[in-house]
Design a protein around this ligand. Structure first.
Ligand SMILES: [Zn+2]
Length: 350
């Protein structure tokens, strides 16, 4: 049953005399979309459809290569510098102080923003264009993350964990070298708290899980469904919270400790597919967050899920994509519609 899962579009009109149309009276039609779980709004103006370059600029490949070459000699993730330059956990928590899986290395963030805040090196290479993100390197990084989650299961005060990424300056990264970050503790982050509460309310009202229903409805409707990597289902967010937002859901897993190695590999494979699809769209940056229900508690109201967005492209003096609309009004602008995004990304899952 999926009775209460609705994709609401609120229509508005905006009227003015437009100098681009000989000062004729112009009425532009706007579509305000409401997220089916959170009601978060996003705004689409069809007149922006061919204005992608105006909003996100073009990636300056030469500039990215120059900046990477300049920062590589002092990068603490390159070569074996991390052995001398990164902190370690106590052996009670992490037997060797850090977790190594292939080229991935996990260690504490030296300036934590949470009770738990670890950094994971993703591969040896200092600079990786999105088209070259390697499934093996990303899989090893996620394997390190989930080994760490197992270590943390000994500490009952750690109930909430997220696995996150910033890639390149416009996405908030302070270093070029690909890396993920695990943040968590005894409190869910603001967004997750809201999602947990709303997912519980949905379950109470419908006797079903919002996240499983979302996958079923989108898979049946098809216009925002992208594909599957094993058991992980990927779709374009109906009302995105950032540019080109993709949501991945594990319909059978409610928290990280339920995920097995196959799930971890499928999650990594799907994320790499999305990044390669972004690369084909000319995108050079991204953020993602992987969310989990409370660790160690089977909770039928929630499922593990991931959100990926693209950010402003890298070029000199780029303009931020996060202005009053997003930061203070908490609305998002849609430039590429989720339906077009889904068609663009489906190729990566074929
Ligand atoms: Zn590096």
């Amino acid at each position: 049953m999926t009775a209460n899962l609705e994709f609401l579009k609120h229509l508005q009109k905006s009227t003015f005399y437009n100098p681009l149309l000989n000062n004729e009276l112009d009425t532009q039609e706007l579509e305000i979309r409401l997220d089916p779980l959170t009601n978060a709004q996003s705004v689409f103006n069809p007149r922006l459809e061919d204005k992608v370059a105006m909003f996100y600029g073009s990636s300056d490949t030469a500039l990215m290569e120059k900046m990477a070459a300049e920062s590589e000699p002092r990068c603490f993730l390159c070569e074996d510098r991390w052995q001398a330059m990164t902190p370690t956990y106590s052996s009670d928590l992490v037997p060797d102080g850090r977790i190594q899986v292939g080229e991935a290395v996990l260690f504490p963030n030296i300036f934590p923003a949470g009770q738990i805040h670890a950094v994971i090196r993703v591969g040896r290479k200092h600079y990786v264009p999105l088209a070259e993100f390697d499934p093996v390197a990303v899989t090893e990084a996620f394997q390190a993350a989930f080994q760490f989650a197992e270590c943390l299961s000994k500490d009952k005060s750690v109930q909430y964990l997220t696995i996150n990424a910033n890639y390149l300056g416009p996405a908030g990264a302070s270093i070029a070298h690909p890396h993920f970050q695990i943040v968590g503790g005894d409190l869910p982050c603001t967004y997750l708290e809201s999602v947990l509460n709303r997912s519980a309310s949905y379950h109470k009202a419908n006797q079903s899980c919002f996240w499983s229903d979302l996958v079923n409805v989108e898979k049946t409707a098809g216009e925002r469904y992208i594909g599957a990597s094993g058991a992980v289902e990927w779709l374009a967010a109906f009302s995105p919270q950032g540019a080109n937002e993709v949501v991945g859901v594990l319909p059978k897993r409610s928290h990280f400790l339920e995920m097995d190695d196959t799930d971890v590999r499928n999650l990594a494979a799907g994320i790499v597919n999305i990044l390669h699809g972004y690369a084909d769209m000319g995108i050079s940056t991204f953020n993602f967050a992987v969310y989990s229900g409370p660790l160690g508690q089977r909770d039928d109201t929630i499922r593990c899920f991931v959100r990926i967005i693209s950010r402003q492209n890298v070029y000199e003096n780029y303009r931020t994509d996060d202005y009053f609309l997003q930061k203070l009004l908490r609305n998002e602008l849609i430039v590429i519609t989720p339906e077009v995004l889904a068609r663009n990304l489906q190729l990566q899952f074929k």
